[in-house]
Design a binder for this molecule. Structure first.
Ligand code: PMP
Length: 464
């Protein structure tokens, strides 16, 4: 991973940006421009963006309509501070989200990143219980193999050991229950005979901690970065929602990666017919054109807040700025106009089908999974025993780099129960990808997997 750290003075007064050079990829390139599903680097090399840049650019790059809206809005006003004024794009986007999201998810709080959206969701949940006089309800339950963000609060909830370990003394909570990871069931059971033991685990945890101490439960409907598109079995979320309802615990869906059409529904939660009490959105909300995210809250959660303090103790300088919200509005219009939500479902099933053909062809592909245009591939050294590759082999990184050499961008993911081991990638191209481009993506992935398998044989790596 490369980090753009800042600027350093070199010589006289010249300020230069500097990078921590990625340890494993010395060929880090600057991207010069992008169009549609393609990115071009400084040497003119073309890449197909098979992961929409961390599952973000859902409508592709360089979309003229969005650029026009950005220009128009910049001519009018880019920034208005919220304590004195409101602005048209923010109001309109809140109204549109209330229209397209299920249930009574009617209150939008706009922020700038998915991590902030999760933080805001947590604060709203805590305030909800305070307004109801239940001051002891302060704990949040989350799952292992999850990623909710990189701020201390959102990282506290993330079951991703690699990201957590440096900050453990600062982290307030730790993930509590297992994910619905059927490929490696933590209980060694098989669906449906398992009777969703992983969902029942939530109730066990609630009883252990005490429902009167718990404010909310948070989960990603499809586990993205920390799991390679782990998709739960049917009945799982209904069961969790039921348990939360029974014990008076709010359900926060982290749909930063899955929201706004990525999985073939506006919210992934809709696949399993449940409406979260609060939802965190990000990434696809502005499709990468500006920083924008949101915590969207149901009427019944807002009610005691509206009746009580009338405000939530949250907000950042750039929250709900007109430049970002105008883009959010334009992206939503573009998605609806081009029917990209249903297209995601249609093209997602073609994608999943093609990935399954590659699974048959390559012995390192243990599982292909996902829903809509959020798909993942997990790699194993033994498909029958489902044995992961040794961590030192760093196979995910090797696959990502090989794909890059071949002009394909895929997103690295982990699969270990604590999010720190195992190999997987996310394949999540822009929802606008054509079938021809989809085929190109598959061909390049095919070539990459061929080369990876060959490399593993030639280097005679003892994988297990
Ligand atoms: N939640 C989920 C599910 C995510 O995938 C991410 C980012 N990968 C975040 C939260 C954090 O979003 P951001 O990087 O915009 O802070």
């Amino acid at each position: 991973m490369a980090l753009l750290l800042g600027w350093r003075k070199e010589g006289g007064s010249v300020m230069k940006s500097f990078l921590i050079k990625p340890v494993l990829d010395e060929n880090y390139k600057k991207i010069s421009h992008g169009k549609g599903v393609f990115l071009y680097d400084e040497d003119g090399k073309r890449y197909i963006d098979g992961s929409s840049g961390a599952v973000t650019c859902s409508i592709g790059h360089g979309v003229e309509e969005i650029i026009e809206v950005m220009n128009e809005q910049a001519q009018k006003i880019s920034f208005v501070y919220r304590s004195h004024f409101t602005n048209e794009p923010a109001e309109k986007l809140a109204e549109e989200l209330a229209r397209v999201l299920p249930g009574s998810l009617n209150f939008s709080f706009f922020v700038n990143s998915g991590s902030e959206a999760v933080e805001t969701a947590l604060k709203v949940a805590l305030q909800y219980w305070q307004e109801k006089g239940q001051y002891r309800k302060t704990k949040i339950i989350s799952r292992w193999m999850s990623y909710h963000g990189i701020t201390i609060g959102s990282l506290s909830l993330s079951g991703h050991t690699d990201r957590r370990f440096r900050f453990v003394p600062l982290l307030d909570t730790s993930p509590t229950i297992h994910p619905p990871y059927c490929y490696r069931c933590p209980y060694d059971l098989t669906y449906p005979d398992c009777q969703l033991k992983c969902a029942a685990e939530l109730e066990v945890a609630i009883k252990r901690i005490g429902a009167d101490h718990i404010a909310a439960f948070i989960a990603e409907p499809v586990i993205g970065a920390a799991g390679g598109a782990i998709t739960p079995p049917h009945g799982y979320y209904q069961r969790l929602k039921e348990i939360c309802g029974k014990h008076n615990i709010l359900f926060i869906a982290d749909e930063v990666m899955t929201g706004i059409g990525r999985t073939g529904k506006m919210l992934a939660s809709e696949h399993w017919n449940f409406v979260p009490d609060i939802v965190a959105l990000g990434k696809g909300l502005s499709a990468g054109y500006t920083p924008l995210a949101a915590a969207v809250v149901s009427d019944h959660v807002m009610e005691p807040i509206v009746m009580g303090s009338k405000m939530i103790m949250s907000g950042h300088t750039y929250s709900a700025n007109p430049q970002s919200t105008a883009v959010g509005l334009a992206v939503l219009n573009y998605i609806e106009k081009n029917q990209l939500v249903s297209e995601s479902l249609r093209k997602g099933s073609i994608l999943l089908n093609e990935l399954r053909k590659l699974q048959v062809k390559y012995s390192i592909v243990g599982e292909v999974r996902g829903v809509g245009m959020l798909t993942g591939m997990e790699f194993v050294s033994d498909i029958f025993k489902r044995i992961p590759f040794r961590k030192e082999i760093n196979l995910t990184n090797f696959i990502v780099m090989k794909a890059k050499e071949n002009g394909l961008i895929v997103y690295p993911s982990s699969t270990g129960i604590e999010g720190d081991s195992g190999d997987a990638i996310l394949i999540a191209p822009p929802l606008t990808i054509t079938e021809e481009e989809l085929q190109l993506l598959i061909d390049l992935l095919d070539k990459t997997l061929y080369e990876v398998e060959k490399h593993l044989q030639v280097s005679e790596i003892n994988p297990a």
